[in-house]
Design a protein around this ligand. Structure first.
Ligand code: 11C
Length: 330
């Protein structure tokens, strides 16, 4: 059996990557329809499924579609998801519009595919959450997470193609002694790090930081694990790095944790410090698996503590790949 698939937001960084992932994973596509803003309607895109003319997303007829990937914006998802599901179309939503709605499953298929049930609308988590969740859940199952502290090193791709272009243009202008203008980020990102992603909340954390807390609780079905996160934008193109410290219920040793993580679906163990092998954006870019390494006993929590570093392609496991994996479950 094959399916009529639509990508809403096909010209964006995530939309483009969904097309590639559908093709690479040989998703059974009967017909692929591409939608974007009215401005892009009529343009033709070269895809592994042939040349496809982009249509205006606001005019889509969902009764003709089996699965639609929403990758435009939260407000657009809010305005269109019900229309799509009422017409019988499954929606995999990349935005944060429905992630915290108790009636909408938030899914990382390796962890909680069962949560999909008979829902027609499924939310895809924030990239920072999805990348950390893969190793964290395996560790949780075996050792029990007591506390989690995360610090991130997030790529400009988190702000889409505009974020990546901003880094490239700012770098060029900086090196040519030209004026550095910024728009996608609140400060220039070239030769800088910005500890501010999304809006500040009442508790002085940012929304990006709280998304990691809220979403991990929902995906793990463990609302009581204390989790704290600091999110920082760095001048890389498309991989989020995350330094993670955990305190566990049961004693944990780095050797056992390495053995466990080496066997986890979606993880590539990169931990050979004698040969300078560890996760890096350079090596994790374009990879489906999340790299995990620098695994060591945490010196604060002792034999109940572990510290490690993960790198995951923000556009893949953090967005397009996870979305396609959800569709595979459907
Ligand atoms: C960033 N994680 O790096 C964000 C991008 O909730 O889907 C994804 C925002 C989201 O800026």
């Amino acid at each position: 059996m094959s399916y009529k698939i639509a990508i809403m937001g096909a010209t964006g960084a995530v939309g483009r990557e969904i097309i590639e992932v559908l093709s690479n994973r040989k998703f059974p596509v009967e017909e692929l329809k591409l939608y974007a803003s009215q401005r892009s309607a009529g343009k033709v895109m070269e895809t592994p499924f042939g040349k496809i003319t982009i249509e205006d997303a606001d005019t889509a007829d969902y009764s003709e579609l089996d699965i639609a990937f929403f990758a435009i914006s939260g407000s657009w998802s809010k305005a269109n998801a019900k229309k799509a599901t009422d017409a019988g179309c499954y929606v995999v939503d990349n935005s944060s519009a429905y992630r915290y709605d108790d009636n909408v499953p938030l899914v990382v298929p390796e962890i909680n595919a069962h949560a999909i049930g008979d829902s027609k609308l499924i939310a895809n988590p924030n990239c920072t959450t999805a990348i950390a969740a893969i190793p964290l859940y395996a560790l949780h199952k075996k050792y029990g997470l007591k506390k989690v502290i995360i610090s991130t090193y997030q790529a400009t791709s988190g702000a889409g193609a505009a974020g990546m272009n901003e880094l490239i243009n700012e770098t060029r202008n900086y090196l040519e002694d030209k004026e550095v203008n910024h728009q996608a980020f609140v400060h220039p990102i070239v030769f800088n790090t910005i500890p501010h992603i999304d809006s500040f909340q009442e508790n002085d954390y940012t929304r990006e930081e709280m998304k990691v807390v809220w979403e991990t609780h929902k995906i793990f079905e463990e609302p009581d694990i204390p989790i704290s996160c600091t999110c920082v934008r760095i001048p890389t193109l498309r991989v989020h790095g995350e330094s993670i410290v955990i305190e566990t219920e049961k004693p944990i040793s780095p050797d056992d944790a390495k053995k466990l993580l080496a066997s986890v679906e979606g993880v590539e163990l990169k931990d050979d410090i004698e040969n300078n092998v560890y996760p890096m954006p350079l090596t994790a870019t374009q990879k489906y698996d999340v790299e995990v390494g620098r695994i060591r006993q945490n010196i604060v929590f002792g034999d109940h503590g572990l510290e490690f570093f993960v790198c995951g392609d923000q556009i893949l496991k953090g967005a397009a790949l996870n979305a396609v994996q959800i569709a595979e479950q459907l």
